[in-house]
Design a binder for this molecule. Structure first.
Ligand SMILES: [Ca+2]
Length: 547
């Protein structure tokens, strides 16, 4: 009997076509600036996301998932490397790129080394290799590449030549063409880069699909063109869009959320000034909802493609966002701070082979974006590199509920002319402590005034990185560990105050709790920093036109 079974197994293996292997195929969809509440399954009653909701209904929705840094570049680097920013050392203001040595341990590279056929479609916002975005190094570390570095815009053809031959004009539909091309294996899509002639039939695949939406760099450039799919023209426009809970109109701000001495809120990039006016917030909300519904449609197409190709029974789908976004809560716009609106993201994992009783679960354990890579490697049967700082979540997805960690740690090191202070946060399900440092950055308004006076190009003045910036960023990393004092602290009871409205750090009643949280912060920041020098290269190119 054993012999017979073995024969059947061998025959089955031989019958495998692309992706039908013993190891699961894995697809990871990452959206950009999508808040936790921008899905039907996370409680949004207005948005239509049936396909993503269906993945959640058949898999695991993590209801307490947080990123580690709430801004594109460091958050995405953290996901790739399973490291806190304080360890990997790459941000818009760091003047650095991920070194080849560090990238060797990025999870897609590890998957490829272990026999996975790997693809990357969409937006990349992590500079990798000696000349970062310029060299094409990152591209070559995937087998299939149909992506652009930095922002794509809503109409990517004009911004990235790789997409110029696409049939569609709109971002989501262009990326959908890439997904179709990846699965067809006919290499028909002009522009897409294939680094091997065709996919080996006996390999499992990994596909990363990364959007530049609902990010405002995408949604803000929507033009409701005649040629746009209807979703982006008419959907949600007949609804009465409510303002976010805790929204404060700019002119009605009485007490700023943070002291003006540490948070220069007026220096925010103009791209986020729409949060000042209620009508503009509603317009941007509609566009974001349209974009997310467009992404949902792509997810529906993807699942249909998996089914047609008989891959649906062995393909894990993961969905998350790189961080959240203020839409005028507390009178604020943008992101990067340690508040829930910035760090709390949707995280959904659907694995078709898990037991029925583990399907459709909502799990509130404390999980982080750095856990995605170890979870992927675990399902792929690959040991995680020692450099990883995240945890394998597969036991939860498989139906076993137990704590992953005692506290979440998040941080903001993107402290620049645009006014945000450096801060770190630790939290469990009830208590959250945030710690802020002196903000000595030169203000954007001063740079803009000087640029105007001397006719210096604004991009050079605001977005160029120089060697001294590298040194400054290193002090941001190291100084809190060397005793730099906090100049402001916040303590919230998340169970009673999920909106983080009432800072009780100064309340004598919570003195002991505050002291306890400070101790936990000291422990967690040390862990986040890790040991040794960061594995980065000097990369003092323009940081980006926007974050
Ligand atoms: Ca982002």
């Amino acid at each position: 009997m054993k012999k017979y079974l073995h024969l059947v197994f061998v025959l089955l293996c031989k019958l495998n076509t692309f992706g039908q292997t013993e190891k699961p195929n894995i697809i990871f969809i990452l959206t950009d600036d999508q808040r936790y509440d921008m899905l039907g399954c996370t409680g949004n009653d207005l948005i239509q996301t049936p396909h993503i909701d269906s993945i959640a209904a058949q898999g695991t929705l993590f209801t307490n998932a947080h990123v580690t840094s709430a801004i594109c570049t460091p958050s995405r680097a953290s996901i790739f490397l399973s490291q806190f920013e304080r360890k990997h050392g790459v941000n818009f203001n760091s003047g650095t790129s991920v070194s080849n040595e560090a990238w060797e341990q990025a999870y897609p590279v590890v998957l490829r080394k272990h026999g996975y056929y790997t693809g990357y479609i969409g937006k990349n916002h992590v500079p990798v290799g000696k000349e970062g975005y310029q060299t094409g190094y990152m591209e070559q570390t995937f087998d299939y590449w149909y992506a652009g570095h930095k922002h794509l815009g809503f109409y990517p053809k004009g911004r990235h030549s790789i997409f110029k031959a696409a049939n569609s004009d709109t971002q989501i539909e262009i990326l959908d063409e890439g997904v179709t091309d990846f699965f067809s294996n006919e290499h028909k899509l002009e522009g897409a880069k294939h680094f091997i002639d065709e996919r080996p039939s006996d390999k499992p695949f990994f596909l990363n699909i990364c959007f530049n939406l609902p990010h405002d760099a995408g949604a803000g450039t929507m033009r409701m063109l005649e040629t746009d799919p209807d979703i982006y023209k008419t959907l949600y426009r007949d609804l009465d869009i409510p303002l976010p809970k805790n929204y404060v109109e700019h002119e009605h701000i009485v007490t700023p959320k943070l002291p003006p001495s540490i948070h220069f809120a007026e220096e925010i990039q103009t791209g986020y000034s729409y949060t000042k006016k209620p009508d503009e917030v509603k317009e941007r909300t509609i566009r974001q909802m349209q974009a997310v519904t467009g992404i949902d449609k792509l997810v529906g197409n993807l699942r249909a493609t998996l089914k047609e190709n008989n891959l649906d029974g062995n393909t894990i789908i993961i969905f998350s966002s790189d961080h959240g976004l203020f839409m005028g809560e507390y009178g604020l716009g943008g992101k990067s701070l340690c508040y829930e609106i910035c760090t709390h993201v949707p995280l959904i994992v659907y694995n078709p082979i898990i037991k029925p009783k583990a399907r459709g679960q909502k799990n509130d354990q404390l999980v982080q974006s750095i856990d995605i890579a170890p979870t992927i490697l675990s399902y792929a049967g690959i040991e995680k590199p020692d450099s990883f700082q995240g945890k394998d979540l597969s036991f939860i997805i498989n139906g076993k509920d137990k704590p992953v960690r005692d506290f979440l740690y998040t941080e903001n090191l993107w402290s620049t002319q645009f006014g945000n202070p450096r801060c770190e946060s630790v939290q469990d399900k009830t208590w959250k402590y945030i710690r802020y440092y002196k903000n000595e950055n030169l203000r954007a308004s001063a740079k803009i005034a000087a640029a105007k006076m001397l006719d210096i190009p604004m991009g050079e003045m605001l977005y160029k990185q120089h060697d001294p910036d590298i040194a400054l960023y290193r002090t941001f990393i190291e100084n809190p560990l060397k005793g730099e004092p906090a100049v402001y602290e916040e303590l919230y009871n998340l169970k009673e105050d999920s909106g983080e409205l009432k800072n009780i750090a100064g309340d004598a009643k919570y003195r002991l709790k505050l002291e306890e949280m400070r101790k936990i912060w000291a422990e967690k920041i040390k862990y986040a920093r890790g040991e040794g020098n960061p594995k980065v290269y000097r990369y003092t190119k323009d940081s980006s036109l926007e974050d």
